[in-house]
Design a binder for this molecule. Structure first.
Ligand code: 2P0
Length: 285
């Protein structure tokens, strides 16, 4: 009745921002991401009939605030009538700071929960269940570059290229280590309800996904760089124009963008991307 799993976070190249069904946590748009190799979260789930309540310990500290979402994740995997669990989670990078810790945490928790309950689920099904807890977690079941596609009532995942066939490097600049001021779920809803750019964001996403898919297929770094930076800045424009405005950047975030621009001018193959936080990821050949 106990299992441990490890998962890596992923960085979106074409972003997921906004939900079409908040109850089932279905994204409003498809997305494409790259899974990292060196950052990871390890989650253990121990189901124990003697326990009267679930508990969650993150990096050695009990965390009541994050417990409900983790409980929901276990309910989704095992069922609401499940035995209570002792859950421990350990990450080797700052959590809730725009480094996709929810992707690695919920991917690992889903696998560990299924293992502890003795369920054997296929990868696609595990990814879908993890996606109900955190949209980006579904993409962490695939190494290399993966795409999350929106279907009628669900999501579909597929690998676009594995980590060996196009070994890109991702350099992460940590510009702030504290937790971010607004969680992704809340920030997405603010954007959906108030950003004047939200509808064009939705309209243009399929076109951006198509360009990125072709660039990846052809291993065309320059084309991927162009569309990934555009898609990232467009997502942040949606956030900046929301009411209240959602601004995750700090002055160092902007300095990092300028550094990437300088490297590009010097002929280096590199592009930036920024998620719901102040950190800058530089993707390089
Ligand atoms: C992404 N982000 O595609 C985008 C880009 C952040 C910016 O997926 O509400 O924590 O739990 O489904 O999975 C935020 O991630 O969002 C996110 P929820 P999640 O990576």
């Amino acid at each position: 009745m106990q299992a441990t799993a490890i998962a890596q976070p992923n960085i979106a190249l074409i972003k997921y921002w906004g939900k079409r069904d908040i109850e089932r946590n279905l994204p409003a748009v498809g997305s494409i991401s790259i899974t990292l190799s060196d950052l990871f979260t390890e989650v253990s789930v121990e189901l124990d009939e003697k326990l009267r309540a679930d508990s969650l310990m993150i990096n050695g500290v009990f965390d009541e605030q994050r417990l409900p979402r983790m409980q929901l994740c276990l309910d989704n995997v095992i069922g609401e009538q499940r035995v209570r669990a002792r859950i421990t989670s350990q990450s080797n990078f700052p959590i809730a700071a725009g480094l996709a810790s929810s992707a690695s945490s919920f991917a690992a928790a889903t696998v560990a929960a299924a293992g502890a309950a003795g369920l054997s689920l296929k990868v696609d099904d595990l990814a879908r269940v993890a996606g109900r807890a955190s949209g980006s977690a579904a993409r962490s079941f695939y190494g290399g570059i993966a795409e999350l596609r929106n279907c009628d009532n669900t999501i579909n995942l597929n690998a676009l290229c594995n980590e060996h066939s196009w070994p890109l490097k991702v350099v992460v600049a940590i510009t702030e280590t504290g937790p971010k001021h607004t969680g992704s779920t809340e920030a997405m809803e603010i954007s959906r309800n108030s950003s004047p750019f939200y509808s064009s964001w939705l309209e243009q996403q399929d076109g951006d996904l198509q360009i990125a898919r072709t660039a990846i297929e052809q291993r065309d770094f320059a084309a991927l760089a162009e569309i990934a930076e555009h898609n990232c800045l467009k997502m942040h424009s949606v956030m900046w124009a929301s009411r209240p405005a959602i601004v995750f950047w700090n002055s160092v975030t902007l300095q990092c963008l300028q550094t990437v621009r300088r490297l590009q001018e010097d002929g280096h193959n590199v592009f930036f991307t920024i998620d719901a936080g102040p950190q800058v990821k530089a993707v390089c050949l």
